[in-house]
Design a protein around this ligand. Structure first.
Ligand code: GDP
Ligand code: MG
Length: 360
């Protein structure tokens, strides 16, 4: 929708130019000519008003793209050690090293390798978070670490995690955990995974498997190496310059600082002072903090940042869109809120109809 004129927008939405012009006037935009390109947020707003869903497409054409770190999510069956593994990995992270482990939990952490490469881990394990994010169109995760307990083997949620990763087209690296236990049988886990259709590397496929113990902290560097290798194979790149395209991975309300959102930038650069729309909330970025809580001027791709200055609390998976002015931010947020409300009411209606149907 970037740079689209009202004539083109009319074609795309199937509405008349007159109707669209009226909407533009209503939102306080003046159109001198129907051939003037609209800014992307105005186009989104107008399209939203006429009930058309828009998806912002960011072109990387001609932009400088650089290699970026992978963003990793840990999934697996309950009690197989997801939280323990994240805790153990977090201990090897930049935050733990720089601040002696006493940093605030911001929803993500970064592990730096001796080579200078790094890996970003999302701090919330679990399938619900993964699916919720995906349902909102937030494709934040590049790689899934599938945790399987060596003593317990493949369980229902192991399969569920495999299905989620497959549906999202996200590659898996298997971490067979609890290998310190006497009852551990990693070979059995391998056979189970293979028979579930996971093409393991040692059997000619491309899925790497690492044996670890989250409690005894064994195999963690091997796991990190495998993740780096996987990231290399994926050739992850992102545009650095230009407006940020980012997603919320966690949000909370701080009594003194107000709504705080941990975000992962997917492309571009997020800058302090920018006006943003986050899901249906808006605000102006007052402060950006890095994983160790240090103030920084910018957020770049795959770098988790905590942003301060939003007017309301966004949700995990919400997109962050940079706009030109406070007025735009307010306008777009109001438009999105209205649309959500409309959808909600429509859903309620559908449910009512369902109830009527089933009571017949
Ligand atoms: P989650 O439900 O997947 O997050 O699993 P948790 O991390 O909470 O771990 C479940 C239980 O398994 C806890 O009692 C952990 O102490 C234990 N556990 C996790 N990792 C290991 C491990 O590598 N070895 C052993 N022996 N126990 C582990
Ligand atoms: Mg847990």
């Amino acid at each position: 929708f970037e740079g689209m004129t009202i004539v083109e927008l009319a074609k795309r939405t199937g509405e008349s130019i007159r109707v669209l012009q009226d909407i533009l006037v209503n939102v306080g935009e003046k159109v001198d000519s129907e051939f003037d390109p609209l800014s992307i947020d105005v186009a989104e707003l107008v399209a939203m008003e006429v009930g058309v869903n828009v998806r912002r497409l960011h072109s990387n054409e001609g932009a400088k793209v650089l290699v970026r770190p992978a963003v990793v999510t840990v999934m697996g069956h309950v009690d197989h050690g997801k939280t323990s593994l994240l805790d153990a990995l977090r201990e090897t992270s930049v935050a733990a090293k720089e601040a002696g482990g006493i940093t605030q939990h911001i929803g993500a952490f970064v592990v730096s390798m001796p080579s200078g490469a790094s890996i970003t881990f999302l701090d919330t394990p679990g399938h619900a978070a993964f699916s919720a994010m995906r349902a909102r169109g937030a494709a934040v995760t590049d790689i899934v670490v599938l945790v399987v307990a060596a003593d317990d083997g493949v369980m229902p949620q192991t399969l569920e995690a495999m299905a989620h990763a497959k549906a999202a087209g996200v590659p898996i690296v298997v971490a067979i955990n609890k290998c310190d236990k006497p009852a551990a049988d990693p070979e059995r886990v391998r056979l189970q995974l293979a028979s579930e259709g996971l093409p393991l590397e040692e059997m000619g496929g491309d899925v790497q498997v690492v044996e670890v113990s989250a409690v005894n902290k064994l195999g963690l560097d091997k796991l990190e190496e495998c993740l780096l290798l996987q990231a290399e194979l994926m050739d992850l790149k992102a545009r650095i310059d230009g407006p940020a395209q980012a997603y919320v991975v966690e949000a909370r309300l701080d009594r003194g600082r107000g709504p705080l959102a941990t975000a992962i930038v997917k492309a571009g650069t997020l800058l302090c002072g920018q006006h943003v729309v986050v899901g249906s909330e808006w605000g102006r970025i007052r402060a950006i903090r890095d994983v160790v809580g240090k103030l920084t001027e910018r957020g770049i791709p795959a770098m988790p940042v905590e942003i301060e200055g939003l007017r309301g609390l966004p949700m995990a998976g919400d997109d962050i869109v940079v706009v030109d002015s406070e007025e735009r931010a307010r306008m777009l947020s109001a438009g999105r809120k209205k649309k959500h409300e409309k959808n909600r009411l429509m859903k309620v209606d559908e449910e009512k109809i369902d109830t009527l149907d089933s009571s017949e």
